[in-house]
Design a protein around this ligand. Structure first.
Ligand code: MG
Length: 277
């Protein structure tokens, strides 16, 4: 019997954009718990921020932090034998697989840009209070959001499109990537898809036959959605699906905003022949 493995984004997908609530997804989450289906969180959030949600969700599965920069696997979850080839490092109860570049390196790029007189600021330049102010997080959460390892969030105070383009080009030429969600991010050549592919390999080696599912809502979820057999997107808070998915009609549209769509997609999947065949 094939095992179901679910990969999920957090913001706007499993948790609501407005109040970070996952109440609408509780029926499906309970079913996942009952059936012991692995639920892998894959987010642009930091390890520390995701740990808060894992605690709330009573989740003990591996997770992907900072847009694929790092994979954190609880010690003992996979055998040392299959993990070994990925050279994991032991960090605070995890076997971590680092795919991204160091935060220090990314900070150096931001500083280089500033030295060239571009008006750019990263979370590393902001105080906890300032981060709380611009994100709407409380100060505890803002502190966790500042604990970055593989991805720097940045704000451009340039209005001129050409100046912005120059910044993006500089980032690419230096060998890094940028992406945009609510804020801009700079990172190494990583994305959620590479991290998901690696975990799929580990699950296959562990369970043999698996069925893979991923749920997201935005552009940074696309690489992850392209790696699984059952990709789903949920509706954004205005009720629409992100335009980036228009070219991907085979990605399944879950009917519902955020966790409401998530709940429906997961329950339908579990109840369908997929999990019981
Ligand atoms: Mg999202």
């Amino acid at each position: 019997m094939a095992r179901l493995i679910i990969f999920t984004d957090l913001d706007g997908t499993l948790i609501r954009e407005e109040d970070y609530s996952f109440t609408d997804a509780l029926p499906a989450l309970e079913e996942i718990g009952r059936q012991k289906i692995p639920l892998v969180i894959s987010s642009s959030k930091t390890r520390s921020e995701i740990e808060v949600y894992r605690e709330r969700l009573n989740n003990r599965d591996p997770f992907i932090a900072e847009n694929g920069g790092g994979i954190f696997i609880p010690e003992g979850y996979f055998t040392q034998e299959i993990l070994g080839e990925y050279n994991p490092v032991k960090i605070e109860g995890y076997q971590a697989i680092m795919l991204g570049v160091s935060y220090k390196e990314l900070r150096a790029v931001i500083e280089e840009l500033r030295a060239k007189a571009y008006r750019i600021k990263g979370f590393g330049d902001l105080s906890v209070d300032e981060i709380a102010e611009i994100t709407g997080l409380n100060s505890y959460e803002a502190r966790l959001a500042k604990k970055r390892e593989f991805d720097e969030v940045f704000i451009l105070e340039e209005d001129d499109m050409q100046r912005k383009e120059e910044i993006f080009r500089f980032i690419k030429e230096k060998g890094y990537e940028y992406t945009k969600g609510r804020f801009y991010h700079i990172m190494g050549r990583t994305d959620k898809g590479k991290a998901v592919r690696l975990l799929i390999d580990l699950y296959k080696q562990t369970f043999g036959d698996i069925i893979t599912v991923a749920i997201g809502d935005s552009m940074n979820d696309l690489p992850m959605l392209l790696e699984v057999q059952y990709p789903f997107i949920v509706r954004k808070s205005d009720g629409s699906y992100d335009k980036v998915f228009e070219e991907y009609p085979y990605i399944r549209r879950a009917d519902g905003i955020g966790p409401e769509g998530w709940n429906r997609a997961v329950l339908d999947l579990i109840r369908s022949k997929i999990s019981t065949s």
